[in-house]
Design a protein around this ligand. Structure first.
Ligand SMILES: [Zn+2]
Length: 433
């Protein structure tokens, strides 16, 4: 296999203007590509048919598509209408339901490991089904019942989440907790009662406190996944801390949570790498917004700039920490990580959310919403345009699941759509607002 660089050199011009027609065109061709894809997928949100259904709900329910639907039917929209080429929301919802049916048959019959996993298990399929059935306006007949059923199934996985050995986001407790928060955001605060969510939160805290004291680490909540002390958003401390910050924000009484999270943030920040370790030209010895994949990784390992591992996850974590705890120090950390994403985040690995250009672009949109600074939107926008360039299309690798939400183009579809409504943008299944 040919050796691939990790990222394309960033030669993007941030003065390139916002062009809705260009974004619509890109989104349209990405949707066509995803929907023409093979049907032999797993059932998961991460690489399977639930993820494609989720994307169809995300794009179909967006303001962007509602605008397109008006352009289809309204007499005022001429042939030059920039959004008219996009499909109707109702078509996307119908496709979404087909993908969900596939997910159901893929999950049925087999005894599943990680059932309670939001991104890799059945839990995510139920969440997607609940959301998709209520996405249409007006909701189709019976949708309320369907939603209730799927919310109940999501809830029924709570005891597996409590006893789950993993606490990280991808397979463990943090993912289940975040899914419950997503359901409450969508359907109302008591959909998953706080007392139920808190049983999983308490189990997560217990795991983290126990491991911290067993290993004698100066981080009040400490976790490993498959015996490795990962740091990033998917498997590590950043993702768990990020989810627990949302719990803290709710103001529910959880003893010691705030001080544990402050300690955890301090610890994560202490692992930020110094620029000159990696030949980056900044002030000597200054922290640079990069992070090792796992605690204790030596300087010989080049840091990754992914959502799953590295700086991208740090942007989300520290923006949230700044919003919840209000310390300037956190915002500065988010900005440093964002600068790394801008510099080295045009990944050759693919277009997706987990370790691709779209996921990295989303972190720049988060900085935009957090700071209100247009410059971050311009950066995110250029990442979006880059997904449609010859350089990317011919120079990037094809991921194992090229149509999927977290590895493939379905993730890019969400990102392109959200670039047209940046204040309402949300990283799928990882941002509440
Ligand atoms: Zn990844």
């Amino acid at each position: 296999m040919a050796h691939h660089r990790r990222s394309f050199q960033n030669r993007l011009d941030t003065r390139a203007p916002y062009d809705q027609a260009r974004l619509s065109q890109q989104l349209n061709s990405v949707l066509r590509y995803v929907l023409a894809g093979p049907m032999e997928l797993s059932g998961s949100l991460y690489t399977g048919s639930s993820g494609i259904a989720y994307m169809l709900g995300h794009v179909g329910g967006s303001g962007v598509l509602r605008q397109a639907a008006t352009a289809h039917s309204g007499s005022s929209a001429g042939p030059t209408s920039t959004v008219a080429l996009l499909p109707c929301p109702s078509d996307l919802f119908a496709y979404g339901n087909t993908y969900l049916q596939m997910a159901r048959s893929q999950f049925s019959g087999m005894r599943q490991r990680h059932e309670e996993s939001l991104l890799c298990g059945k839990a995510g399929m139920h969440l997607t089904a609940a959301m998709l059935s209520s996405a249409e306006t007006p909701p189709p007949a019976g949708s309320e019942e369907t939603t209730t059923q799927h919310v109940r199934r999501y809830l029924s996985l709570r005891s597996s989440a409590v006893s789950c050995e993993a606490s990280e986001l991808l397979y463990g407790q943090a993912g289940w907790i975040f899914g419950a928060l997503l359901l409450n955001k969508r359907f109302g605060d008591e959909t998953v009662p706080p007392s139920v969510i808190l049983t999983v939160v308490e189990a997560t805290l217990e795991n983290g406190r126990m491991m911290s004291s067993e290993l004698g680490i100066d981080c009040p909540l400490f976790y490993t996944w498959h015996d490795r002390p990962y740091l990033g958003a998917a498997h590590g401390l950043m993702g768990i801390c990020y989810v627990l910050l949302h719990v803290l924000e709710k103001g529910w009484a959880v003893e010691g949570l705030e001080s544990d999270l402050r300690g955890m943030l301090r610890y994560v920040l202490s692992l930020e790498l110094k620029a000159d370790d990696y030949g980056v030209e900044t002030a000597s010895g200054s922290p640079d917004g990069m992070y090792p994949t796992a605690v204790g990784d030596g300087a010989g390992r080049e840091p990754l700039i992914h959502w799953c591992h590295g700086s991208t996850g740090a942007v989300f974590l520290f923006c949230k920490a700044y919003q919840v705890l209000g310390r300037q120090e956190y915002l500065e950390a988010a900005r440093r990580a964002g600068a790394v994403v801008w510099r080295s985040g045009l990944l050759t690995k693919g277009p997706g959310l987990c370790h691709g250009v779209a996921g990295n672009g989303y972190s720049l949109l988060t900085l935009y919403r957090c700071t209100g600074e247009q410059a971050y939107f311009q950066q995110a926008l250029q990442f979006g345009y880059f997904l449609g360039t010859e350089e990317f299309l011919h120079g990037s690798r094809t991921p194992d699941c090229p149509h999927s939400l977290f590895e493939g183009w379905a993730g890019a579809a969400c990102f392109l759509c959200d670039l047209m409504q940046p204040m309402a943008a949300r990283f799928p299944l990882f941002e509440l607002q």
